[in-house]
Design a protein. Structure first.
Length: 254
């Protein structure tokens, strides 16, 4: 009788264990069905040229706007390039703070910058969701030619980069006064990849906290890399800014 009771209890435990196993599998498949499917739900519906050929705005349409965590774009370098690609990751909260997200309609504006001018750019979009899923989309972004008043396209090369050259940087900001697109960002292949959007020419400029600052006359301009411009302050009482914007202990020295 003791063995029989023990066996009965054992069988009862097995049945309960099997029941939990069935419940677990059922929940697993239920969760899998409920998870967002990013592939068909996030599409690029249009492209719009930005203020310069190096910037483009993509309009995305998604039915998972609340489930998206980050969106990344990566621009494939030209064949033969020795630079690392421009790659930027936006959080959805940042895009929303800039007014680029409409959760009601599911529309997201994605600024892409650092494009090659007069070229069919290959761009990879990566979508990252809050549940850990991700999805990639490859697309082409054609751009217009850039009217280059500074002659970067007709530069004199003293020593060209080679494929075995190792540098710690791939992009450089060049001050200029030769056109109304100050300053200019070049890659180490010599390609222009970004120009100022404030429509002024002046030397004092720098990159600070992911924005380009340009001091012209008595005004300090802030230019976002996506092309947005704001005049942060007019410094009345001075004659003009000159030459440099330098890094200080807690900010910039003008």
């Amino acid at each position: 009788p003791t063995v029989h009771k023990s066996g009965a209890r054992y069988r009862k435990v097995i049945m309960k264990t099997s029941g939990w196993a069935i419940l677990f599998v059922s929940l697993f498949f239920s969760m899998a069905k409920a998870a967002p499917n990013p592939s068909p739900s996030t599409v690029v519906v249009s492209q719009q040229a930005g203020p310069t050929p190096f910037i483009s705005y993509l309009t995305l349409l998604t039915n998972q706007s609340t489930a998206i965590k980050n969106i990344q774009f990566t621009i494939t370098p030209k064949p033969g390039s020795v630079t690392r690609p421009v790659s930027v990751t936006y959080s959805l909260s940042y895009l929303e703070s800039r007014g680029y997200v409409n959760k009601t309609t599911g529309q997201i504006i994605l600024p892409v910058f650092g494009l090659y001018a007069n070229y069919a750019n290959t761009v990879i979009l990566s979508y990252f969701f809050t549940n850990g899923l991700s999805y990639q989309q490859r697309m082409s972004i054609p751009t217009a030619a850039f009217s280059d008043p500074c002659g970067y396209h007709n530069r004199t090369v003293i020593q060209a980069r080679t494929a075995d050259t190792s540098l710690s940087y791939d992009y450089m900001l060049v001050k200029n006064y030769c056109g109304t697109a100050s300053p200019t960002i070049l890659d180490t292949d010599g390609e222009v990849r970004w120009v100022g959007t404030a429509g002024v020419a002046f030397y004092p400029s720098t990159l600070f906290q992911n924005s380009i600052y340009l001091a012209a006359g008595i005004t300090l301009y802030r230019m976002e890399l996506d092309g947005a411009i704001s005049a942060t302050k007019n410094y009345s009482g001075i004659t003009a800014f000159q030459h440099n914007i330098d890094y200080g202990k807690r900010g910039m020295i003008l």
